[in-house]
Write a protein that binds this ligand. Structure first.
Ligand SMILES: CC(C)(COP(=O)(O)OP(=O)(O)OC[C@H]1O[C@@H](n2cnc3c(N)ncnc32)[C@H](O)[C@@H]1OP(=O)(O)O)[C@@H](O)C(=O)NCCC(=O)NCCS
Length: 175
């Protein structure tokens, strides 16, 4: 039998948006990502420093393929949820951060990830993106969120600890 998500769990076009003011006074809009964001998402990933890209993707993805961008932006909002923080740029906008989760097979837990544009780090945006994601996960009845990160990624450890997450070394990975 396939689990059918409740109506409350799938909010469709009524998905919430958050207007957020960061610690330096700049303002961003946090909202669900969609296929219309494909070009902005590609530009966002390509603009990340090699270190941020490595920390986020656990490897180098300098030039993401169209298929990969499609996977990141065409979200079902049933099993997967992804939020973007956008800032105005010229007549349009640019993505300055993304948080996402994917429900695992237990349908009670999820794996999450977050990334913030290098120049926007340290202003509270990672916290805001994760708080919004946590709100949605809680509303949908998920019991835990998990993220697998490089041991040297102290920024993520600090963010996780500020959010009240528990961190532990992977016993199967000597690194
Ligand atoms: C991890 C990451 C998302 C944090 O985003 P951020 O917007 O810089 O985080 P915040 O500004 O909300 O900071 C959250 C906490 O982390 C710590 N922190 C983060 N960046 C910091 C910095 N440059 N200097 C000092 N502390 C920092 C602080 O303890 C902060 O807590 P505080 O608000 O009580 O001071 C960001 O560093 C990033 O995008 N890294 C690359 C991708 C990545 O590693 N993702 C995680 C794996 S999926």
């Amino acid at each position: 039998m396939t689990d059918k998500p409740s109506h409350a769990a799938y909010l469709g076009p009524d998905y919430p948006h958050w207007n957020t003011t960061l610690s330096d006074g700049s303002e961003v809009l946090i909202r669900p990502i969609g296929p219309q964001d494909a070009a902005a998402e590609k530009a966002f990933i390509e603009s990340l420093s090699p270190q941020s890209r490595r920390n986020r993707f656990l490897g180098q993805i300098a030039h993401p393929s169209d298929e990969f961008i499609h996977q990141l932006t065409d979200i079902d909002y049933i099993n997967d949820v992804a939020l973007v923080a956008i800032a105005p740029e010229g007549a349009g906008y640019r993505i300055v951060g993304v948080s996402r989760y994917a429900i695992d097979s237990s349908r009670k837990d999820c794996e999450c990830a977050v990334v913030v544009a290098d120049k926007w780090q340290g202003k509270g945006l990672g916290t805001a993106l994760m708080e919004c994601l946590k709100t949605l996960a809680t509303e949908r009845g998920l019991l835990s969120m998990r993220s697998v990160d490089l041991a040297e990624n102290w920024e993520m450890r600090d963010l996780a600890s500020a959010l009240g997450f528990h961190s532990s070394p992977d016993p199967s990975d000597p690194h």
